[in-house]
Design a protein around this ligand. Sequence first.
Ligand code: ASP
Ligand code: MG
Length: 421
Amino acid sequence: MIVFKFGGASIKSAEAVKNVGVILRRYPKEKIAIVVSAMGKTTNAMEDISDHYFHKRKKELEKALEERKTFHREIVDELFPDAQHPFHKEFEGIFGDLQERLDKSPTLNYDFDYDQIVPYGEMISTKIISAYLNELGIGNQWIDIRHSLKSNNTFREARIDWPLSTQLTKKNFHFKDTRMYITQGFVASTINDITTTLGREGSDFTAAILAHILKAEHVTIWKDVPGVLNADPKWFDNTVKLEKISYQDAIELAYYGASVIHPKTIKPLQNKNINLYIKSFIYPDEEGTLVGNLTYDKLIPSFIFNMEQVLIRISPRDFSFIAEDSLEIIYGYVYKHGVKINLMQNSAISFQICITNNKRKVRNLIDDLENDFKISYETGLELITIRYFDSSTIDRVMINKELILRQTYKQNIQLVVRDKG
Ligand code: ASP
Ligand code: MG
């Protein structure tokens, strides 16, 4: 069997959903588990809905819900032009369920409420796609992932219970009376059947989990880009597509902030040696990128740009060394404020961390650090990471930049720079 994942962009309109049908016709015989995300920007919209609900903003809630319903209804109307088609009723039923949920009072737990509301995006998208494909003659079964993927109750960042999920997934995805399942990405549930989510952009991870458990031959993530590029075209001219990347490189690129693959996706695949293809849903004939257990002789440099960085310098007040005890305090604060360190560097009497400038978090972190240390910081910086760097790649990114800090580790270099404007 194989696993496909269709993300938000690949199903953002009726036309896009029709294209999913076109792609699936190319695989008439394969057993496929298809993981689907919410349509277009629906998860963002559902987050707003959940936020209005929790804070009891009635008017805004109604408006946002109506807007989301209209968005989906227009797609459904185009896919099922016959007003008598039974799916219209089913569609109304799902929004009826959501409405019922929103009529209840919110709890005191924001993350819990979030997980009870936001997954409707995936529930709706999978229902639409499953019904549409069946209508087209691409026979498939809709399956509720919550009966297969079990997690703990850390809402919004739930951790998978692997042994239980393995047992249930094998039982449920048996392929006995269908060759195709359509299911939700990003969603799981506790052993008490309370819905949970796996963190934003978690659908890639869902695809990897299913592939791991079901020992898929390969996984394909269908995207609006031709594959994994060596840099984000937003910041960089003349990008090239990487034909092949090793698991190791994929993990490193995701870790340093390349946004193409969700960092959690690689491990379940690497552990079972399952190939991952990143392919364009617009040009399905093209090769895309293969991620797998690979080696290559030509190393193409990749560039990752993290903007809006702040560099914080932490030094003891009394000119003493930065030693293990100070590090423990610093890490304690970093952990407390949920900050991700993009780069760190220490000298005898100072410790520097480069983090993304999420203003509230950074303010709180600095406030705490100032209890124990002397702090100075610089904002408005960029962090450039180059994997497989050489002097010409450094020259290329340093044009019109002032170097603030530089660190190399094996084949990676990280440069904290300021744009000279
Ligand atoms: N729909 C979810 C999100 O946008 C999960 C995903 O797309 O991977 O975060
Ligand atoms: Mg998405």
